[in-house]
Design a protein around this ligand. Structure first.
Ligand code: 5AD
Length: 352
């Protein structure tokens, strides 16, 4: 089959075989990327219209016990100054975000044992009591089932945990031995069972990634059927073992985003900060590849430069309000508008 026939098949069946996926990634051309983006854009327009959901991210701790080889906040990076926001700081971010129109708050942090279940549950309850019309999304990495359950019971709605790669050997190249793909998959399965709207995802162009590992990612996505998918290019960070590795291709990232939209038509798909960092108009291109979510940073200016997962992270020199304005303008430039609302999976509002 030609690649263009594979894209049509994907559009109809929403799945391909591992071999078919591998062929697409091994042989794609700029014309294939164009075609996939056009198809993905049409699907997104059909489900969501020209509406983009905004989520406010609060990066509340850069302490992390993990040692992911790609990540700037890995525990072995001793040149980083570490911070934790207080509950009061976090609530201030939410207050500003609420005023700016956000109805989802994403609490993201490294795997920091200081934020135990009791602290997290108190925080989640306080946010949900103060803003009953808002969703709380967590992005805190791997925890126990009991912990996920307790935070869900406290009111958390969604959880983002990228699987990073669905290939065990590739996973082992990106992480030290004590971090396993098996545990990551255990977490994702439990999150979904508990009832979170669950997000997984992967970096594009991480060291060791091949057409075959990407094929495994896509097969995993079509089987796991997540409500959200996070995909951005790998970008090197100078204080990690991958400092000299090349960054991921923007074109391949856009291709994968488009393929995610075609595979999972209603998925919540953010146009990521990493994409906006790799290329000035990256986030606009992401929307044109079928993304329907943007996640501006609500973190206080004082800590932004300390949450550097990769070098030159976009927006770290802006205030929250400036960052939001810029993204709003970028969306308007291409005829899309930002909506105020929780933007839950499967609850698309009427858009015509
Ligand atoms: N480049 C791009 N993305 C990265 N992440 C971590 N480090 C990098 C990097 N160097 C991504 C991972 C993680 C998410 C929070 O950020 O996919 O899950």
């Amino acid at each position: 089959m030609t690649n263009s026939e594979l894209l049509d098949l994907l559009g109809q069946e929403h799945r391909l075989s591992p071999e078919q996926w591998e062929q697409l990634f091994a042989t794609y051309t700029p014309a294939d990327v164009e075609a996939a983006m056009a198809m993905a854009r049409e699907i997104a327009l059909g489900w969501f219209g020209r509406k983009i959901y905004f989520r406010g991210i609060v990066e509340f701790t850069n302490y992390c016990k993990n040692d992911c080889r790609y990540c700037g906040i890995r525990c072995s990076n001793h040149s980083l100054s570490r911070y934790r926001l207080t509950q009061e700081d976090i609530l201030t971010c939410c207050r500003e975000g609420y005023r700016a129109g956000f109805r989802t708050f994403v609490l993201q942090g490294g795997e920091d044992g200081w934020f135990d279940d009791e602290k997290m549950c108190t925080l989640i309850r306080t946010i949900k009591q103060t803003y009953p019309d808002c969703a709380v999304t967590l992005s805190l990495g791997e925890r126990s089932r009991a912990s996920y359950q307790a935070m869900f019971d406290a009111g958390a709605d969604r959880y983002l945990l990228r699987h990073e790669t669905a290939d065990p050997a590739h996973y082992a190249l990106l992480h030290p031995a004590r971090q396993t793909l098996e545990n990551r998959m255990r977490c994702l399965a439990e999150l979904k069972q508990i009832g979170y709207q669950t997000g997984c995802g992967m970096m594009i162009g991480s060291p060791g990634q091949t057409p075959r590992t990407l094929a495994r990612d896509m097969v995993f996505l079509q089987e796991f059927d997540p409500q959200m998918v996070g995909v951005g290019p790998f970008l090197p960070h100078g204080d990690t073992p991958f400092r000299d590795q090349p960054g991921g291709s923007v074109e391949l990232t856009l291709f994968v985003l488009a393929l995610c939209r075609i595979t999972l038509p209603r998925v919540l798909l953010p146009s990521t900060t990493a994409l906006g960092t790799a290329r000035q108009d990256g986030r606009i291109q992401g929307i044109l590849a079928g993304c329907n979510v943007i996640m501006p940073n609500l973190s206080p200016a004082a800590v932004r430069k300390k949450y550097m997962l990769y070098d030159n992270k976009s927006g770290t020199d802006l205030t929250a309000a400036q960052g939001i304005d810029l993204l709003r303008r970028q969306m308007e430039q291409i005829g899309y508008q930002v909506v105020v609302g929780r933007g839950d999976f499967g609850k698309e509002e009427n858009h015509d």
